[in-house]
Design a protein around this ligand. Structure first.
Ligand code: C2E
Ligand code: MG
Ligand code: MG
Ligand code: MG
Length: 289
């Protein structure tokens, strides 16, 4: 909050004169305010365990339903926040709201792990692991139920600077996932030395294009490698039954995508989970496996 106020104050000093035409564009002031007032919120996309066909987790994705210019894309929100030093307050807002939802779900008999996307700009701060551990503990939750996702392409360009923070997060028993795997340039040797315990295959390898032979080769060998390294493999962007069947055949452990569910508000999650058995039968057929 202090950092936010400073940024707002600084921007006010350099603001345009009062007679300037009001801009309809999304500005950093809008974003800073929305973070401060908690107007941004996490929506959640469920993840399904492939073998059991049961919901096991949910990924938090930032949403700004009533932005000054209408709904704003997360990609825009995140890059604006990164550019103006607001990513850390954004991460903690998402973390706090998500953990509160997790507790709410459990009170309704629904137990899902949380996945939170973190920017590299948060991971370069050495106190990040302690601060998230403090927050999660203050809210009465356990680190084991929280996973952090880091996008592969950004990770590899700045690995050395964040390795220490990643290790500290693992020591505190948080889960770490490499997101959008296949879009960056990790080498096998690097993966061996990284503390990740989850790998999320980018949807470009999962969807229709995954039929192409070269994409399939990457899919197949990534899954095998990740499993040998003891990682849980998630396929993202599963949109069709054919996508599901392909990633099931390659041995993916968990699946996320529009085929299962689109992201939804936090208070819609328990009802979605309760309705899942019926939806599952509709998707896969009711016959026992
Ligand atoms: P991501 O972490 O790879 O999240 C998956 C994105 O794919 C989400 O887009 C999700 O809505 C979308 N998606 C899920 N299933 C399907 C599918 O079957 N087909 C297709 N075409 N898309 C699917 P979204 O919500 O627009 O988020 C985009 C990206 O923005 C995320 O990619 C993540 O990198 C970033 N992001 C979102 N929320 C946050 C946040 O709170 N913090 C940070 N640092 N980044 C965030
Ligand atoms: Mg993600
Ligand atoms: Mg992803
Ligand atoms: Mg992605």
């Amino acid at each position: 909050p202090q950092a936010l106020r400073e940024i707002l104050a600084k921007r006010r000093e350099t603001a345009a004169p009062a007679d300037a035409r009001p801009s309809q564009e999304l500005s950093v002031e809008h974003l800073a305010k929305a973070i401060e007032t908690g107007e941004l919120e996490p929506w959640f996309q469920p993840k399904i365990d492939v073998a059991r066909r049961e919901p096991v987790g949910a990924e938090a994705l930032v949403r700004w339903p009533h932005g000054p210019t209408g709904p704003v894309s997360p990609v825009v929100i995140v890059s604006l926040a990164e550019e103006h030093g607001l990513i850390d307050p954004l991460t903690f807002l998402m973390l706090e709201k998500s953990v509160r939802f997790r507790r709410l779900w459990r009170e309704q008999g629904v137990d899902l792990t949380l996945a939170i996307n973190v920017s590299m700009d948060s991971l370069v701060r050495l106190d990040f692991p302690q601060r998230v551990a403090d927050l999660v503990e203050r809210l009465g939750e356990k680190a084991e139920g929280v996973q952090f996702e880091v996008t592969e392409s950004r990770l590899m360009s700045d690995l050395v600077r964040v390795l220490d923070v990643l290790l500290r997060l693992r020591l505190k028993r948080f889960w770490l996932a490499i997101d959008d795997f296949g879009t960056g340039h990790s080498s096998l040797a690097q993966l061996r030395d990284l503390p990740f315990n989850k790998l999320k295959l980018d949807r470009s390898y999962v969807q229709g294009a995954g039929n192409e032979e070269r994409a399939r080769a990457i899919l197949e060998s990534s899954v095998e490698m990740a499993k040998r390294l003891g990682m849980v493999v998630v396929a993202e962007g599963v949109e069709t039954l054919a996508d599901w069947q392909r990633v099931e055949r390659f041995g993916c452990d968990q699946v996320q995508g529009y085929f299962i569910a689109r992201p939804m508000p936090g208070d819609a999650v328990p009802a979605w989970v309760r309705a899942w058995p019926e939806r599952r039968d509709a998707l896969f057929g009711a016959a026992p496996r």
